[in-house]
Each structure stands twice: as C-alpha cells, then as structure tokens.
Design a protein around this ligand. Structure first.
Ligand code: NAD
Length: 976
C-alpha cells in the first residue's frame, strides 16, 4: 500500500525568506518528520506536501487503477493525489488514514506515508477524545479569505455576534502571502493581520482556523469540525479534545468560501510536475516553496499572471501559454515585463522521464474550432495549469440552492440565493480582490442589519484592477486522432483514474445524464468528491454530446461532508459506555431513597414499585393501586417523549400525522391522538397540547420519542417541506409528576394558589401555565392515564427533584403514595387504555384496539387513512383488544400466553390460536385477576370462553368488554 518510491529530483525547493517568507510557516522553528521513509526537516506550519516539495520530492504515489506515477496537484483541500496515512508521535497515537496531504500540518516525530487511493483503518481504538459545542451567532461567516474577513469585520463593528470559520491554519485565504497586493495603502498581509487581530479582540466574535464547515441543513443549521490539537507536538493542554463538532444555528450566513482552480484536460496531463497554478502560488506564498526549477504556465484566464511575475523574478519561468487568441491587459503587461507569452496556444501533450515525471510540453496553436495547429516543444519540469475557477458552492448546493452555469465566469455559480444567505468573494465567480472586499463589507453590513445591528459602512480600499475574458476551454483535442484510444491518457479524474476515454465509453453505452455518467465512470466519487474533476468531466460531455451545453448538463448535487471528516469526531463523547448511557430522570435519587425497585423502560430506568419493609412485590403494587384509586398517588412520568412543534402550519402538519382532527383544537387545551404508519397500523400515541396558534407540545411514548421525531422530520423533509413547521425534541427538558386519585385536587390546590382548580374552571384535557408557590415555573395539565382525577405537573428538568419533594410534602396529609410502572400498568388496564408496543404489535389498527372513535370521520386526509379501505381491514376476524377474566378469580397467566377457543382446546394439534394475552394482572379494584388480550373478532365474542392451553389444567377465561372499571368514566372529575 505504502509508496516509498518518492524520488528527489531536486526540482522543487525552499526559497530564501527575501524571495517569499511563507505566510503559513515559522522559519524560526524546525520540525523533524518522516515522510514516505525520508527523514525531512521542515518548518512549523509546513504541511506534508509543502515539506516534501521543500525537500525536492514531488511524486506522491502511483494511481489507483492504472499505476501511473502522480505528484502533488494542489495546495489545498481539493487535492486528489496526495493522500496519506499519518501516525503522530503522541502517547497511544494510532495511524489515521486517507488524510489529504496539503491539509496535514507536520509535527515532530510524525510519520506520514502516501497511499494509493484506499486506506486501512487502524485496528486499535482511538485513545483521544472528541466533543461537541453549540453556537448561535447572529452572523456565521464561512471562509476567512479577504471577502470573509471584510464581512466579519463590518458585522462585528456593527455589534453583531459573529462566528467566522476557516478550514486552513492561516487566515487570509488565497491572498495570504501574495506579494504586491495592497489594501488601504498597506501590504495585504498587514491588512489581514490587523483585521484578524481586531476580530480576535472583539468580545462578540469567534474566529477559528482549522475548522471546516462541512454540512448545511434546514433553518440555517450548520455543522463544522475543528481540529484542535493535531498541529501541536505532545504539549496538548490537559482536557483539550482533539476535535470538536460545532452545531451552529445562525440568523444570517455569509458564504465566503472562495473558488477552487481547475485543471485542463490534455494528453498525459497527470504527470508529477503538472500542478494547478494556484497550487504553485500557494506553496510559494504560504510556505516559501517553489514547486519547480523550469516552469511554464498554461491558462485560459488572467489569474496566473501575478504568479508569472513572481516566477519570472525568481528565475525559472519559461513561458505562459495562454489559450486566448488576444492578449488581455494582464497578458500584455507580462509581455512588456519580458515574460514570454504564447497566445492562442495550448498544451497538447507532455513528456516524462523514466519515473514519469514531467520533462517537457508540446505547445500547439489552438484554432477557433478546437483543432490544433503548429507545435513546438518546451523543456520544463513543472507546469502550472489554470482552466478557470470553480466557486465553492457546496454549502449552498447542500441546501438545495439552485446552481447555474455562468458563461462569462466559465463556472457554475449560485442561481438563486438562499434566504438569509449572502455570497461574497470568488464564490460569486468574480476574481477581483476589490470586489471581494467591497461585497464582503456590504454583506457583513446587511447580515448585521438583519439581526438589528448597525454601523457605518467602511470598505477596505484596493486597486480595482481589470480582468480579461476567460476562454471556454476544458479539454484539448488529442494530437493522435479521434478514436477512443487517442483519449486513453487524457485524465479527467485523477483520484478515480478516469479518462476522456471512460467518459466516451459511458456516452457510447447510451448515457447522457451527468448523474448516470458520474456513476458509470465513478468520476467525482473519490475522496475529493470531484472538486477538481467535476467541471472538466461536464466539459468533456458538453463537447461530445451533440447539442448539449454546460448549463443543460448541469452539476450533480453536492452533499455533506464538504471534505472528509472523521467518524470518531461525529461520535463525540458517545463512545464506549456513553454510547448507550443509562438514562435517569431528575427524580431518580428520590426513587432510590424510597427504596424503589427499578426496571428499564426503553432507554430509561424507571421505578417499578416501592416496596415497604417486609412487603412482597404483589403487596406493594396492590397498595399503590389502592392509593391511586381511593386516595391519591404520585408517579414520575418524566420519561414521556416530548416534541415541541412550531410554525404557522403546525396544526395542519399534526392534523395529517394523527388519525383524529387537530385543526380546531383550542389554545389551552390538549387532545389525545394516535398516529399510524402509512399502513394504518398504530405507531405511537399521546396527548398534544396547543400552547399557541402556532405552537404545539406533543407527548409520545417513552420509547417512541426518537422514532416519532424521525417520522415527523421524514414527512416534513420529503413530502411536506412547504408546510412551515419545525420539530424540537424537548423530552429531557421537562420533569413531570402526575398526581392521580380522588384526592388529587386537594394536593395540587396547595401548590399553585394562582390556579383555580375547581372542576368547572379547570376542565379535563385543559392545561394552565403558572408559577408554583415555591417559585418554580410549571405547566399543569388535566390528563389521566388511570381514569381518576389527575394532574400532570411539568417543570424545567432542573427543578424535577424539588417538584417531587413539594408534591410529596403537600400530599402527606392525604397519604399520597408514590406508585411505579407496575401499578400504572394495572390502573390503565382496568380502564382499557392501550400501551403501544405492549397491547399492540405493529399489526393493529386503532379500531382493533378499541379506538374507532379516534379515527376522524371528517373529510381529512391523514397518514394511514387510505389503508382502511383495504379488504384486510374489513375482515371480521381481525385480532381485537378485549379484556379477559379467568373463571378462577385468582388464576394468573404470563404476558404473551396463547389463547384457543373451546372447540380447539381438545382438537388434534396443531390448532390455530385465537389470540394471545398482552398483559395479565391482579386488580384490587376489581377484586380479582384480569387481563387484556388480542383476540380474533374479539369485540363480537364478548361472553365466549377462551383457554390458555399452556397451563395444566388449561386456564379458562371469559371475554369481557375492554373497559373493566368505571366504564361510564364517572371518576374522571374526582370527589365532589
Ligand atoms: P479565498 O479563496 O481567498 O478564501 C476562501 C477561504 O474559505 C479559504 O481560506 C478556504 O480555505 C475557506 N473555505 C472554503 N470552504 C470552507 C468551508 N467549508 N469551511 C471552512 N473554510 C472554508 O476567497 P475570497 O475570500 O473569496 O477572496 C477571493 C480572493 O482570491 C481575492 O483575493 C481574489 O483576488 C483572489 N483570487 C484571485 C484570483 C486571481 O485572479 N489571481 C483567482 C481566484 C481568487
């Protein structure tokens, strides 16, 4: 896997400080590393590739399929060739693979090896730790190049809270280290340093380097990853995580992500020594490294000319080959400065040495129709190519932002801005520094303005500069004719090793859509996700496909992550025993102190029952149910799932999710709802409160909270994205105590003197927002899961324990009794209330479990509705939930016990079961045991006998109506 063949050709080298100091390096500090087996002395701030080039190594490995030698192409995250496995010299460090060479900063003792496209994960667990942070800036600026810095500076001066992030270690983007550029009459680097300092000194600004914004999601949610310690030797401060994932919610967003230069496709364009011109400029300006000794530049646009002047001054520049027939102003200026500019020409082929490294280029005259003319040979060891610039529109496209082809910019640019997004700098397709600064400042002001912060607009000043046209050239015809094989060495995707021939074969196979060709050839599917190959590939298609243009071919959709990120970083602290931690409610200690026996309910630990000295489980549970039926009980119901739903279409959304109607639910009231899958089968249930016209508070089952949230998000994102609704999980934000029993009112009356608890003032299924007399903010709802008068009191989680104690104290005079899950199961079963997942098994409709009433008779559509017309739902032998009573009042059977009819009891085996027991209990209120069961045609068989044949003798039951206790519901309002 490892390539150790990197050769020193001595063609690339570190230049003296006077020539180019290198904005990213500290020449005062050396760093010793081993790269591809070579012991190398680098400087602090160097990357794997800058260190290699500084020491004369330029080959980074052989290509993945064809085994062709490849070299460094770029100086950034878009690099397709240089992928490394890195082991740092830190205690316990494990090798990490598939890292992008130009982004890996060197540290002392580090060992880096290039690989050929595919890495291997380490066998050992990663000993480092990773965490999360949440940020809520007014303005998020992505990219700290000149455009981003200008935007952040203006927004900060206006007083907005600004978060500005850049993936690089140094700020200033492509401007960093560029000689000659001036801003506000000073060298550009001085302006960058001053601006960075101003931002860093600002209390409300966070400026972070080494932080990649990798994902953009709905409602201005962004994800970023910050690499905090990789650039340090072993002096990592104690407790500092290696990486941090940022969850960012920004009011306004400025995308100043710049542009990636792209190659031009020509014959043998993949040799070590052929680079992007911006790569050569990047190594020179940021690292003080010149990538070659004799160099040529090949361009379609003006962006290489500043570099041409630099290289000419350093010595070694042979020529600039400019595809445009007419000299632009910049080309003319170069010519006047004595630079050889070969206009109207292209590079048609290259030559290499025994190791495949570049030794020369064939320059050909380029005609309007794309054909080639007279050729000449130039001897160079390095070629810098600029086929134009591709704006970094990834985050915009990830948000389904429209992308269009701009013929002037020769680039895919933002078609339609996203709401509250601003786009500045070279992401717009403009290459002008003047424009980057002016537009950046304006966007910073507009973004701050939109968040209520204003300041005088003050744009940094720089020369306007002129920019010539960009030639629409993406591929140079083969000098060897036009059959397939003449294009076998025209490389489109260096990472995937795909050529024009591969694209032609895909087209020959009948494909014309970019999506299909991408998948057929695998172009743009590599580690680099096509940052340098996508547009050239589309260019080749536009050239070959009759009647097609760049615009109608279009790009494929960009998806997160923008650049590779580590899974372990995403996992954060949720590893090992924290992967699935034991969840305890805020009152858990109180249950412990009461001697509770616990059980697991979903991921939660909940009190099952509270045995007193000498009590058996059955005795304790019985005592608890009697208290709730005859006096008053209290239960910790904090674990119920809770989702807050907001938006002007929230009611409409919920109305589609639940089988019953929610549009007309009044503010201040709650309603029980059942949600079914599209198959009409019960999925979850709970009470939803309407807090305001556009605000609902949905309760789900304890175990179903995550599933329901996903369900809502799924429907919102895939089908009903036009509905204005957002969903926030708040399950852990509230602690809840339910007070239940005939004396419940007497207890709650003592807690909140502001609330009128009289039955006619505070009705069933209503709620009140209040502050308890002890100062705790609370929401009190009249919801009952026992059939008795009940109040659920919900408070912010941190007050959970205080609430529990307050209720216990207020109830002491009435003998309030804590009850657990076991008692609750009995109390609700007596009332025929369903527990989703216990009494249902994923095949039952609401009608099957006694809830025909919950299916809206209105003309509304809801998920699952149409399935009720299916024959299967009309069958009269569907399993239906009923109650069963053993003939012997003390008999008891297990949950799940199979039931058969009298006729089948003694029939030869096997026989079909008639149903099964979903729960069997000892009921103090009924003075006997009883249970719930799913029975075929159950509601039509009341009075029939059933048997549990697994017992000897078989247990005999009678089928009874689902509601066994207080069927008229007279107890709901408590004692009078
Ligand atoms: P820039 O390229 O200078 O800066 C963009 C910054 O954003 C970079 O540092 C990049 O690493 C960072 N970035 C991109 N995506 C990111 C992400 N997802 N997360 C974190 N960081 C990310 O671009 P700019 O600020 O628009 O400024 C444009 C500058 O480039 C001007 O100076 C312009 O003159 C110059 N430019 C010049 C030419 C030329 O003609 N020579 C060509 C292109 C650009």
């Amino acid at each position: 896997m490892t390539n150790t063949a990197a050769l020193t050709t001595g063609t690339s080298f570190r230049v003296p400080t006077e020539t180019a100091p290198g904005a990213a390096i500290d020449r005062g500090e050396t760093v010793e590393v081993t790269i591809d087996g070579h012991a190398i002395t680098a400087y602090r701030g160097d990357t794997v590739t800058s260190a290699l080039l500084a020491n004369g190594y330029r080959t980074v490995g052989d290509s993945i399929y064809l085994g062709r030698p490849r070299g460094v192409l770029t100086a950034g995250v878009e690099e397709p060739n240089s992928l490394v496995t890195v082991t740092r010299d830190k205690p316990g460090a494990i090798p990490e693979t598939m890292l992008i060479g130009p982004t890996v900063e060197v540290t002392n003792g580090m060992v880096a090896d290039h690989l050929q496209g595919i890495g291997r994960l380490a066998d050992q667990a990663d000993p480092e730790y990773y965490d999360y942070v949440y940020a809520h800036p007014d303005v998020l600026v992505v990219g700290a190049g000149p455009a981003g810095l200008a935007a952040a500076r203006q927004a900060a001066r206006a007083g907005a809270r600004v978060l500005i992030l850049d993936e690089r270690a140094t700020f200033g983007g492509n401007l960093a280290g560029t000689p000659g550029a001036e801003i506000d009459g000073q060298p550009a680097d001085t302006w960058i340093a001053d601006t960075v300092e101003e931002l860093q000194n600002h209390d409300d600004v966070t400026l972070l380097g080494r932080t990649t914004v990798f994902g953009a999601y709905e409602n201005n949610m962004f994800m970023a990853t910050q690499r905090r310690t990789d650039h340090l030797d072993d002096q990592v401060p104690f407790g500092v995580s290696r990486e941090r994932i940022f969850h960012i919610r920004a009011k306004q967003v400025v995308l100043a992500t710049g542009a990636h230069e792209r190659p031009i496709v020509f014959k043998n364009n993949d040799r070590p020594g052929i680079m992007l011109a911006s790569g050569i400029a990047g190594y020179l300006n940021r690292y003080g490294v010149q990538a070659g000794s004799t160099l040529a530049l090949f361009t379609t646009n003006d962006s290489v000319y500043p570099l041409a002047h630099q290289l000419a001054a350093n010595g070694g520049l042979v020529a600039v080959i400019d595809a445009r027939p007419e000299l632009s102003e910049a080309a003319q200026a170069a010519l006047s400065a004595g630079i050889e500019v070969i206009a109207g020409s292209v590079v048609a082929d290259t030559t290499g040495n025994d190791h495949g490294e570049l030794t020369g280029i064939t320059v050909a005259a380029y005609h309007d129709d794309g054909s080639l003319g007279a050729t000449q040979q130039l001897e160079v060891d390095t070629l810098g190519v600029s086929g134009g610039w591709s704006p970094v529109i990834h985050l915009h496209s990830q948000r389904q932002g429209k992308v269009v082809w701009d013929n002037d910019a020769q680039a895919f640019v933002v078609g339609q801005p996203r709401k509250s997004f601003h786009y500045v700098g070279s992401i717009t397709g403009s290459l002008s520094l003047h424009e980057a600064l002016a537009k950046g400042t304006q966007a910073g002001a507009a973004a701050a303005d939109a968040t209520g912060h204003h300041a005088e607009l003050k744009s940094p000043l720089t020369e306007r500069g002129a920019s010539g046209p960009i030639a629409p050239l993406r591929m140079v015809a083969s000098p060897d004719g036009d059959d397939l094989d003449a294009y076998a060495d025209h490389f489109v995707d260096l990472h995937r090793d795909q050529t024009v021939k591969d694209v032609l074969r895909a087209i020959g196979a009948g494909m014309s859509s970019v999506e299909h060709i991408k998948r057929y050839t695998s172009i743009s599917t590599g580690n680099d996700q096509g940052k340098t190959s996508a547009v050239p590939a589309i260019g080749v298609m536009a050239e070959v496909l009759e009647g097609h243009t760049m615009d109608d071919i279009g790009t494929t959709t960009f998806r997160a992550p923008y650049s590779p990120i580590s899974y372990v970083g995403l996992a954060g602290r949720q590893r090992g025993h924290l992967f699935d931690p034991l969840r305890k409610t805020p009152m858990d200690r109180a249950h412990e102190e009461l001697g509770a026996v616990f059980e697991m309910a979903g991921e939660w630990r909940r009190a099952s029952y509270y045995p007193r000295q000498g009590e058996t489980k059955a005795q304790a549970v019985r005592r608890e149910t009697i208290a709730a039926r005859n006096g008053v009980g209290m239960i910790d119901s904090s674990t119920l799932g809770k989702i807050e739903i907001r938006g002007k279409d929230a009611a409409e959304f919920i109305n589609r999710i639940y089988t019953n109607g929610f549009l007309k639910l009044a503010v201040g009231k709650g309603r029980y709802g059942v949600m079914t899958g599209v198959d009409g089968k019960v999925m979850d249930d709970g009470v939803t409160l309407r807090l305001a016209e556009d605000r609902f508070f949905m309760h789900t089952t304890s175990g179903g909270a995550q599933r329901v949230l996903n369900w809502l998000e799924n429907w919102h994102q895939t089908e009903w994205s036009h509905l204005d609704a957002t969903f926030t999980s708040v399950s852990e934000q509230f602690a809840t105590v339910a007070v239940s029993g005939p004396k419940a009112r007497r207890v709650v009356e003592q807690l909140a003197s502001d609330v009128d608890f009289a039955p006619d003032a505070f009705g069933f299924m209503e709620f009140r927002e209040t502050t308890l007399d002890n100062g705790i903010p609370a929401r009190i709802s009249r919801i009952s899961f026992t059939g008795e008068l009940s109040y659920e009191i919900a408070v912010p989680s941190q007050y959970g324990r205080a609430l529990w104690d307050t209720v216990a104290q207020a109830g002491a005079a009435f003998g309030i009794t804590p009850y657990g899950l076991e008692a609750q199961r009995i109390l609700r079963a007596e009332k025929g209330f369903v527990i989703v997942g216990q009494d249902t098994d994923g095949t039952n409709s609401p009608q099957d479990v006694g809830m025909s009433w919950v299916i809206s008779k209105l003309k509304k559509d809801f998920l699952g509705m149409r399935s009720y017309q299916l024959d299967d739902f009309q069958r009269d032998d569907r399993e239906e939930l009923v109650a069963i009573m053993a003939t012997d009042k003390t008999s008891w059977v297990r949950d799940g016990a199979a039931l058969v009819s009298e006729a089948d009891l003694n029939a030869p085996r096997p026989v079909a079961t008639t149903g099964h027991v979903t729960g069997y209990y000892d009921s103090a209120a009924l003075g006997r045991t009883f249970g719930l069961a799913l029975v075929r045609g159950g509601s039509q068989r009341i009075g029939e006998k059933l048997y549990a044949p697994a017992y000897d003798p078989p247990v005999e039951f009678e089928i009874t109506p689902l509601v066994s206790f207080d069927p008229e519901g007279t107890r709901r309002d408590g004692e009078h």
